[in-house]
Design a binder for this molecule. Structure first.
Ligand code: SF4
Length: 182
């Protein structure tokens, strides 16, 4: 589902977003994480391009929760109890999805925080000794930021003030301007 809202004075930017933030029931528990502030404040100025890595790669809803395990450098994406390793599938799917997103001409991306797929910062990685390192990044977020290192990206948790939102919007307009004028 893609929502489209036009701002009265500016070109609507195309913005990638974790689908659960738009209210889509794609989370492991079959629920969503609709973000009122984000949708009300930014929604009128953008065209959303929703992505749910876990559902789109075929894990279904509801599903067993997954987490990052192993090393910070090359974490594995595994189910909690059944120990199924989805790492290779997620990495392969991510590259294919990013190929498709090339045609969306995104000007920014907003990730759901605390997700082993979408989280940008401080995602727990369970180490072999049972301790947790909180410096991980979700696998899809990692793939996207590697492919487009200059694209403005944020977690929704960082966008809870009008000032932060305005800064992000300005960064996206600058990025869009650079891309379209080069
Ligand atoms: S955080 Fe990402 S993978 Fe998890 S439900 Fe939301 S969009 Fe899907």
């Amino acid at each position: 589902m893609t929502e489209s809202h036009k701002a009265p004075t500016a070109l609507p930017l195309r913005v990638g977003v974790s689908a659960c933030l738009l209210g889509q029931n794609v989370r492991y528990d079959g629920k969503h994480k609709h973000n009122d502030f984000l949708l009300q404040q930014l929604g009128p100025h953008v065209i959303w391009v929703p992505v749910c890595p876990e559902v789109e790669m075929g894990l279904g809803t509801p599903r067993e929760p997954i987490r990052l395990e192993g090393t910070l450098h090359a974490p594995r994406l595994k189910t909690h109890n059944t120990r199924i390793d989805h790492t290779e599938a997620m990495l392969k799917w991510s590259q294919q999805r990013l190929d498709a997103l090339e045609f969306e001409t995104l000007s920014g991306y907003i990730f759901k925080s605390r997700s082993p797929s979408c989280g940008l910062f401080q995602i727990p990685v369970l180490q072999q000794d049972g301790s947790e390192c909180s410096e991980g990044r979700g696998l899809f977020a990692q793939a996207l930021t590697q492919r487009w290192p200059m694209l403005p990206v944020l977690e929704e948790a960082s966008l809870q003030s009008r000032k932060a939102l305005e800064n992000f919007r300005n960064r996206m307009y600058e990025y869009h301007h650079r891309k379209t004028s080069s």
